[in-house]
Design a protein around this ligand. Structure first.
Ligand code: FES
Ligand code: FES
Length: 156
């Protein structure tokens, strides 16, 4: 099948790209330079490639780029940067929840989707929300602690 011209709006910037139907959103994003979206397993197991697709967290390795034609995509770097971190990124760094950092962009995306739909989640709900994000380093306790800090600071 021939490539098709599609439009992806990523972190507020519009891109028109010609892609074949079998190109995943993960590869499209990374090829466009959004390398904060990590390639872990390419089969939906690790969550490292998570992005917000029209506000919903998805594993971009399981979405075809054609399916995202016309959609709004937000990556972790679209939420905040080193100079202007999002409160979730700041809290994860402050809690020690960032070690090698490979899982963190996906965790930030999952946490953002959770807090958007439920601003006051329980610890169980936090753990459930990040259950699709594998972390080899932290044992999750410091990540959960970081997300809890955001909730506590909002409730003060
Ligand atoms: S790379 Fe997508 S879930 Fe692992
Ligand atoms: S901090 Fe290393 S994989 Fe999570």
């Amino acid at each position: 099948m021939q490539p098709k011209l599609i439009t992806l709006t990523i972190n507020g910037r519009t891109h028109q790209v010609a892609l074949k139907p079998n190109v995943t959103l993960l590869h499209a994003l990374r090829d466009l330079g959004y390398t904060d979206v990590k390639n872990g397993c390419e089969k939906g197991d690790c969550g490292a490639c998570a992005v917000l697709l029209n506000g919903r967290a998805v594993n971009s390795c399981l979405v075809l780029a054609w399916q995202a034609d016309g959609a709004e995509i937000t990556t972790a770097a679209g939420l905040g940067t080193v100079d202007h971190p999002h409160p979730i990124q700041e809290a994860l760094a402050d809690s020690g929840g960032v070690q090698c950092g490979f899982c963190i962009p996906g965790i930030v995306v999952s946490a953002k989707a959770l807090l958007d739909r439920n601003p006051n989640p329980t610890e169980e709900e936090i753990r459930e929300a990040i259950s699709g994000n594998l972390c080899r380093c932290t044992g999750y306790a410091l990540i959960v602690e970081g997300i809890r800090r955001i909730i506590e600071s909002k409730n003060q």
